[in-house]
Design a binder for this molecule. Structure first.
Ligand SMILES: [Zn+2]
Length: 209
């Protein structure tokens, strides 16, 4: 299994891509320095000065980053592109609020049981950069397609990028409704055996996977 991910570096001046396998080990890295970096002086085309505190990025930098750095990293690592799985990282606000207080999201909702088959775990704190973050994700995620990282945000995985994006959207949805429920009362956790039954039914009867 391979994972290709992009990390935005300080000031978002470059795309950095790496490949991690099972253990979270980095096996190859490529850097594509963004040609326009952070645009905080003037609009690219019109040259009109930007207001103070404005900072823009050129979307083409992302696309060029994908085109060059991902090809490089796949070539260096020797990983078959067919073995690459999808991974999404987000700071979506409700799920990230749970990460901020180091709280896994319990299964209060059948939709969460269906999709995730259990609580959404929360992994330990780690600084960005290097191999550590991959190791923390791998250790904490277990069989779940989603994990929160303490004081940071959300990581989701899937067989394809689309699956990983769907999981990220569902995590935020579950976190939001859970937060709302906690404002008005004390929701009951769904029993493990019922969570397992719901998950099985959703995965097999509905043919979602
Ligand atoms: Zn982040």
């Amino acid at each position: 299994m391979g994972v290709v991910h992009q990390q935005s570096q300080r000031w978002i001046r470059e795309g950095r891509y790496s490949v991690e396998v099972e253990t979270g080990r980095e096996v190859a890295t490529a850097v594509y320095p963004y040609s326009n970096g952070v645009i905080d002086g003037k609009w690219l085309e019109s040259g009109v000065p930007l207001e103070p505190d404005w900072a823009l990025q050129d979307p083409q930098d992302y696309l060029r980053g994908f085109q060059t750095a991902i090809s490089d990293v796949l070539e260096d690592s020797g990983i078959d592109p067919g073995d690459v799985i999808g991974i999404v990282h987000s700071h979506s606000p409700y799920a990230t609020a749970f990460a901020a207080v180091n709280m896994p999201i319990p299964v209060y909702l059948t939709a969460q049981a269906d999709e995730f088959g259990g609580p959404i775990p929360c992994g330990g704190f780690t600084l960005i950069g290097g191999e550590k973050i991959g190791k923390v994700v791998v250790k904490a995620i277990g069989d779940s397609p989603a994990v929160l990282l303490k004081n940071h945000g959300v990581f989701t995985v899937g067989p394809t990028a689309e699956d990983a994006v769907k999981a990220a959207v569902m995590v935020e949805d579950a976190a939001r409704t859970t937060w709302l429920a906690l404002q008005i009362g004390h929701p009951d956790v769904i029993a493990d055996e019922d969570v397992a039954r719901l998950h099985r039914r959703y995965q097999h009867v509905y043919g979602q996977r």
